[in-house]
Design a binder for this molecule. Structure first.
Ligand SMILES: C[S@@+](CC[C@H](N)C(=O)[O-])C[C@H]1O[C@@H](n2cnc3c(N)ncnc32)[C@H](O)[C@@H]1O
Length: 154
């Protein structure tokens, strides 16, 4: 039975970001993530970046390495109501994986210069994938976030 087996991940690199503390990272309604950072891939993995330059945006999968434990209910900063952790992007989740879409600015060898980081400096990452969005905008539903935006606009 493979379904409930544990899988080990290892960092393929480290993210350089301007943020030293969580409080510096923009949060809340309308927060903009336009900070620049660098994805420093382990040099032995550099061949895996071949052909990445053609993509404007990337998914980065990373580890909330400074978060401990998890809660099944989260209290996002944009709402005064609790939500199930899997309906949020809380760092306190059963598997502490973060997912961020960044814009690829340029590549220098194993270093990817990107815009849109929302993680702390020194955060380990475990994967990079090209961002391909195939969901038409009119089919996207944003759940409780749309409801909060409507409520707070009044
Ligand atoms: C709301 S999470 C969203 C992260 C990612 N975009 C996602 O959706 O998985 C972003 C917050 O995670 C926290 N954070 C960033 N880097 C972290 C790290 N290395 N370890 C623990 N928490 C971190 C900061 O408080 C930051 O404001």
């Amino acid at each position: 039975m493979n379904e409930m087996k544990s899988f080990e991940l290892w960092p393929i690199g480290v993210i350089r970001s301007p943020y030293r503390e969580s409080g510096e990272i923009p949060k809340g309604p309308g927060a903009k993530h336009d900070a620049e950072g660098v994805l420093e891939l382990r040099s032995e993995l550099e061949p895996g970046l071949a052909d990445i330059d053609g993509f404007s945006h990337l998914f980065v999968v990373w580890i909330f390495d400074r978060s401990e434990g998890y809660d099944l209910t989260a209290h996002p900063p944009i709402d005064d109501r609790p939500h199930g952790v899997f309906a949020t992007r809380s760092p306190r989740r059963p598997n502490p994986l973060g997912l961020t879409v960044v814009r690829l600015l340029r590549r220098e060898g194993p270093r990817l210069f990107v815009r849109g980081v929302d993680m702390l400096d020194g955060t380990p990452f475990v994967d990079i994938k090209p961002y391909l969005s195939s969901v038409p905008a009119d089919e996207l539903r944003r759940g409780w976030i749309d409801e909060v935006e409507t409520r707070t606009r009044r």
